[in-house]
Structures are given as C-alpha cells and as structure tokens.
Design a protein around this ligand. Structure first.
Ligand SMILES: [Zn+2]
Length: 416
C-alpha cells in the first residue's frame, strides 16, 4: 500500500500530470500567435469548422440537432421575437445569431456543447476557488478499464459508470470519506475511439480537507476499490499506469480537467492531433469534414453509436450538496444554457427568405465572418454576387429579399 502511494506521488511530478497554474481554460480564442491577422484567420476557420461539424452531426443523428442553428424560432413560442434572424454583437466584439432553434445537446452538437461546457467550466472554477479559499484541497484523478477493439460502446461506457456507482455504495468508501474529510466530488465522463476501440474514462475532481499526502492516499484507496470491483465484474485487471492523479491549485488550474471533457473547446482551439487515446467523437466528425477520414461510412456509424449511448447522460455529476454548498451560480439545464442569449446589442437582421437561402448554401458562419471583417454593408454585395438576391434597408437594419417587404420610408439608395 505504502509502495503504491509512493509510486503515484512520484509520477505526479511528471510534466504531463502537472496542471499549469496560470492557464485560462475558458479563453478559447486566446492568442497563441503574435500576428493578429493569423488570429483572425484562425477564428474564421474555427467558426466555419464548428458550424460544419454541427451540420454533419445533425445529418447523422437527426432530431433536434438537425434544426440547431438553422431553423427560425416559432413566433408563438417567443412573443417578443419579430420572425427575423438577428445578428448580435457582445461587448467583447463577438458576433452571433439570435432567433434560431438550439438543440442543447452536449454530446451531439459541437456548437451547443461548446456553449454548455464553457458555462459548466465557470461553475467548476467557481467551486474549486471556493473549496481552496476555504482551506480545502483539490485533486483530479482519471479512472479507466481495459478495453478491446470489439467492445461495444454501450458495454464499456456503462461498465465505467457502474464501477463508480458501486464504489460510492460501499461501506469502505463511506469510511474513506470520513477519514479524509471529504468535501465533494465532480465526475465527468469522456470517451475516445482509437486502435483499441472505444475508451471511456472518468475524470473525478475530488475536494477534501486534508494534506497532499493524504489526498494521494485517499485516491489510491479509491483506485484499489475501482480495481477490485472491475475484477469482480470480469472487466480485466486495471493498470496502475492508466491511473493518473494531479493536484489542482486553483480555479484556473482546472484547465486540464475542463478541456478533457470539453472536447468542443479542443476543437475550437484547433488542437485536433490524434492523441494516444484516440479521437474524441467531435474529432471523428472533424476528420470527415476535413477530408482525412479513412472510412467515412464507418466514422459516421461510430458517431451514431456513441451518440445513442451518451444522449441523455449527464456530462458532469456532482456529489450530493456539493454544488449547492460551494457553487455561487444558479442551476441551469443544458437546454437553458444553449438557448441563453449571450447579451450584447442587435446590429442587423436577416429576413426569413434570405436566411433560408444562406442556410441552404451553408453560409451561416461565412456571413458572420464577413460582418466581423468588413461590416454589414458587404453582406448583400456578397449574397448578390452568388445569386441570392437581397436588399439592405439601413433604416430597419434589415437584409431582405422581397420588394413588397420594403417599408415606404426606407432609403432606396442601398439597392444593389
Ligand atoms: Zn445545438
């Protein structure tokens, strides 16, 4: 037992386990390049790609994902909505669409997933800061099981979540919680697909009122319990090598934890290298979109298989009362977060008929990029150049296609 703790403690000093103290997990557009023009190009590329991924995910899984970001909201469900698609601009200079359906799927939709994960990350950071400022200690641990190429996604995923549930039901676990002055934990589920098939794993953020050494002991004891239960369930022998722990120094230091479950953030950051552990489901979509998939039909089937298993599951599970006692944010559902406006001011609107043509031509992200770079005046010029006939009514800040829609007071000088 002592030997085991020592080994983990030693490996914890390895650089891959160390969480940087000063990184900001939410700053997904943080400039990593000196040249601002490169940064603009990268942001445009990221937006184009994430919109394309959403479209592809919608085609594969259907349902609400199909309409996310493309279908205009129904007027009767939203009394203050005028029926046009609105482009909003936040005080940080970010432009986005308002007036469109959102699917709120953290597993199936890269756009909603990014928004939800960013919001959940704020909750996690806030909780970590509150625990640490109260004198508590936070560690992250990663648990997994042996997995093989022919394992089904549902079997391995359900095995991983079942082991954790069983651990929590043991008397031994309850005793450990008391011994190490447990405060709370947050469990997140992640999956990748690689050479050995599906690889689900849990990242657990644990808070206790105890020293670093005691935290390591506590987590090592959890690993022993994990291994015992996995053996009983005939899931094979879990390797100590695959068990990783790391101290989390503050809210910002949770970046490694957050980016692990926020696969969509990784996509936006452009970090799409095939890791040792394989591809995340959004990376599978990305390979198809970027033309580097080795088997498009197989990749589509993989995404569908994963989605069928994960839909309805929680991305983050908090231990009882942990969120209530340590998080200052209001409880919101994924759907509420996805549908939430990001604030800012209305800059212009696009009428229904123009919007559906933009959507049919997959130009939604491109229109925002044009606005960001050149302003609203260039949008009708671009649309007319590709055969989408439309006009710009400056007084109404509206781009529209039907001459009958034009109010009598409008300026006609902007006809193109
Ligand atoms: Zn969505």
């Amino acid at each position: 037992m002592v030997k085991l703790v020592k080994k983990i403690s030693k490996s914890n000093t390895g650089k891959h386990l160390k969480i940087p103290e000063k990184s900001n997990p939410l700053d997904i557009y943080a400039s990593s390049v000196a040249n601002p023009e490169n940064e603009i190009v990268r942001k445009e590329k990221s937006r184009n790609e994430i919109y394309e991924l959403r479209k592809l995910a919608g085609k594969i899984v259907g349902g609400r994902q199909k309409d996310c970001g493309s279908k205009i909201l129904k007027l009767n469900n939203h009394p203050t909505f005028d029926g046009n698609v609105t482009i909003m601009k936040t005080s940080e200079g970010k432009s986005y669409y308002s007036g469109l359906e959102t699917c709120g799927s953290v597993w199936g939709c890269p756009v909603c997933s990014l928004k939800i994960s960013t919001n959940r990350a704020l909750e996690v950071k806030n909780t970590i800061n509150n625990v640490i400022s109260g004198g508590g200690n936070i560690y992250m641990a990663t648990f997994t099981i042996p997995h093989y190429i022919f394992d089904r996604c549902d079997h391995t995923t359900n095995s991983v979540t079942t082991i954790w549930r069983k651990i929590k039901a043991t008397r031994k676990y309850r005793k450990l919680k008391e011994q190490y002055k447990f405060i709370g934990d947050i469990r997140t589920l992640e999956i990748t697909h690689g050479g050995n098939g599906w690889h689900p794993h849990l990242h657990i953020l644990v808070g206790c009122n105890c020293s670093n050494e005691e935290m390591e002991e506590f987590l090592t004891n959890l690993f022993i319990l994990w291994k015992e239960i996995a053996m009983k369930m005939k899931l094979g022998s879990c390797s100590l090598e695959a068990f990783k722990i790391a101290k989390v120094y503050d809210g910002d230091g949770a970046s490694e934890y957050i980016t692990k479950w926020s696969a969509s953030s990784e996509l936006v950051k452009g970090n799409q290298k095939l890791g040792k552990a394989g591809r995340t489901p959004f990376q599978i979509l990305s390979d198809i979109v970027n033309g580097i998939s080795q088997d498009i039909d197989k990749d589509k089937r993989l995404f569908q298989e994963y989605f069928n298993v994960f839909k309805g599951k929680r991305q983050l599970t908090w231990s009882k009362d942990f969120k209530k006692d340590y998080c200052d944010y209001d409880e919101k559902t994924d759907e509420e977060i996805a549908a939430d406006e990001q604030g800012g001011v209305k800059v212009f609107s696009i009428s229904k008929s123009v919007w559906y043509q933009i959507n049919d031509h997959n130009l939604a992200s491109h229109i925002l990029n044009i606005y960001d770079l050149k302003g609203v005046g260039q949008i009708p010029i671009f649309l007319n150049s590709i055969g989408i006939i439309c006009f710009h009514d400056k007084s109404k800040q509206l781009i529209y296609s039907n001459i009958e829609d034009l109010p009598l007071t409008s300026e006609f000088s902007d006809f193109l």
